[in-house]
Design a protein. Structure first.
Length: 387
């Protein structure tokens, strides 16, 4: 609810032990986050890639600024509301990696571009239709700002994006004459490849995507519009886009926190090892003979990628989580006859999907020193919750 009372309640946690965090609460292991951030920055630097992390993961201006301090050139967002919220929090280089065609929203885009120009910032957006280019140009004509425009091509997910090749050339030809639109390159993101379970499947998907990118790059170059930049890639495949030599910028997001779904992927040894850093702290509120109930239900975690995993700390029993409804989770022993936690015990959960889980919370509590005996080091506002 983002009220002053709620903010004050969370802020009062700083310096206290983990036990002071009321449940259910979204908790991040600050040290694991920092290690994940550093590993990704080192990878991008080693491979001479621009790093533009996707902020739809954390929706936090504070975290976005930390990522830029660690080497990111800017951030991606997926909605106009996310862009506005993070810009209001001081983020100056933003790419809306999605199509926007609503005139009202485009007027907001234009206003944001004007604001960022005034403080030396930059706004970019993706398009995949001639109408989208026209609507964007009409909105931007009301400003003195220039917006960077990336043409999104369909590289295999069959979601947004024009067909590779000639269709992209036609869009560039529509962009170039517009004085407030600056042709910035190609957006080539294969979201469907990120959670293919085997390394072989992911490699095959990105190999196909790379073919689409190469065909489009060559068609644009032949027409005199060689793309200044090709951007894309996610946490599951960024090393593959890097190895192709085609992409100049990568957009991984989930690497910072990770989740249960990414944990199911076969790890590619060509990637850095990222640690689980996002947890839900919950408490056992009811005990029965063969199960216990915790206070973290579907209002605390997203279920689109499955139910959460139970993260057992040393000395805690191995448990499984089952659907208990909006406010409850059913916990059972992972093996028949196994131990159960007691009434009042803390249980840590790993959400199935990090991005929409974060969107269910107003605040994230950052902890240093581990989940068992750590101390609250910061409280991070989810600035773009619901945006």
């Amino acid at each position: 609810m983002n009220t002053a009372t709620e903010t004050a309640r969370f802020a009062g946690l700083i310096g206290q032990g983990v036990e002071a965090i009321e449940t259910p609460a979204l908790v991040v292991d600050a040290e694991a986050v920092n290690r994940n951030m550093q590993r990704m920055a080192e990878f991008a630097e080693k491979h001479r890639l621009r790093l533009r992390p996707h902020a739809k993961l954390h929706k936090s201006a504070d975290i976005a600024r930390l990522q830029m301090q660690a080497g990111a050139v800017g951030i991606c967002v997926q909605t106009v509301g996310e862009a506005e919220a993070l810009a209001a929090g001081g983020v100056n280089d933003i790419f809306i990696s999605n199509e926007v065609v609503c005139p009202r929203k485009l007027r907001r885009v234009a206003g944001l571009a004007q604001m960022l120009k005034g403080r030396g910032g930059r706004l970019a957006i993706a398009v995949d239709s001639s109408e989208g280019v026209d609507y964007l140009a009409q909105a931007m004509a009301l400003t003195s700002a220039v917006i960077d425009v990336f043409i999104e091509i369909n590289v295999g997910q069959n979601r947004c994006g024009v067909a590779p090749g000639a269709a992209a050339v036609a869009l560039v030809q529509r962009i170039v004459p517009r004085p407030t639109l600056r042709y910035a390159g190609l957006h080539a993101y294969h979201g469907g490849a990120q959670h293919l379970r085997s390394v072989a499947e992911r490699r095959a998907a990105i190999a196909e995507a790379a073919q689409h990118v190469a065909v489009t790059r060559d068609a644009l170059a032949e027409a005199g519009f060689a793309p200044p930049l090709i951007t894309g890639a996610g946490t599951g495949t960024f090393n593959l886009e890097a190895a192709s030599g085609l992409w100049g910028e990568i957009q991984p997001g989930s690497f910072l926190f990770m989740d249960a779904d990414y944990a199911r992927n076969e790890r590619d040894p060509a990637q850095p090892a990222f640690e689980q850093a996002l947890f839900i702290k919950s408490q056992v509120i009811s005990v029965a003979a063969d199960h216990v109930v915790c206070d973290a239900g579907h209002k605390s975690h997203a279920v689109d990628c499955g139910l959460p995993l139970v993260h057992a700390l040393p000395g805690q029993p191995d448990l499984t989580y089952a659907n208990g409804g909006d406010e409850h989770g059913i916990l059972r022993p992972a093996t028949p006859g196994g131990a159960l936690p007691a009434l009042g015990d803390t249980v840590w959960l790993i959400p199935g999907h990090c991005d929409p889980t974060v969107n269910l919370h107003d605040m994230m509590v950052a902890v240093r020193g581990g989940l068992a005996e750590g101390t609250v080091s910061a409280v991070v506002r989810v600035d773009a919750r619901g945006a």
